[in-house]
Design a protein around this ligand. Sequence first.
Ligand SMILES: [Zn+2]
Length: 268
Amino acid sequence: MKYIDPHIHMVSRTTDDYRQMAQAGCVAVTEPAFWAGFDRSTPQGFYTYFSQLTEFEPQRAAQYGIRHFCWICLNPKEAEDPAFAREVMSFMPEFLERPTALGVGEIGLNKNSRNELTIFEEQLALAERHDQLVLIHTPHLEDKLKGTKLIIDAVRNNGGIDPGRVLIDHVEEHTVSVVLDAGFWAGMTLYPDTKCTPQRAADIIETYGGERLWINSAGDWGHSDPLAVPKTRLEMAARGHGEAEIDKISFDNPHRFLSQSGKFDIDA
Ligand SMILES: [Zn+2]
């Protein structure tokens, strides 16, 4: 068996994690650019981070037989200062051209503030200009439904982006159908106790079917589980789901979405 973890922040993880993921069948990861747990003090800090994502991390993953791809952006938590954000955006195209960069992400909203929305819209426009896939973060807890609707409206207002090339992540029971009904792809983030547990994810798959849906660990520097995807495969197997159905959600679907970027060439 093999699987893809399409959303995990490997720069925060140890080599032991890479080894265990490889042993569990992970063949590829994609790593969105995000918040490091503290704000970077200069735009140059992002330049260095994007270099790490596109140069160093693919080499580290390769030692364990895992293909590493990434997404480039300024995350919503650091988007409150538009001048700062625009400076970061000025050198994003250089990194989007790199051979393992699949698109713009994870952009989105955190507190649904005015400045966050402005920078989100500008990064959507940048993705459109450069014909990029888009990976979107949705806010947590009580802001999630409102933020998800704001995000869908912003993509529609852009007008030039095909929803089939956009994945909206961290969906839960109350947002998954809003995302899928609007033609987008949806991601379920599997956390040990908050967001989706493997059990809740399996419930959602059983309720909504497996079309345009993927699962990911979103493992990062906080409490998270880099083996959440294989654990969800086990949960589905224990419930009697067949191998084809399990492979669909944990390999075929991410493979299909990501292959819309010609750079995602894991079969080569
Ligand atoms: Zn993330």
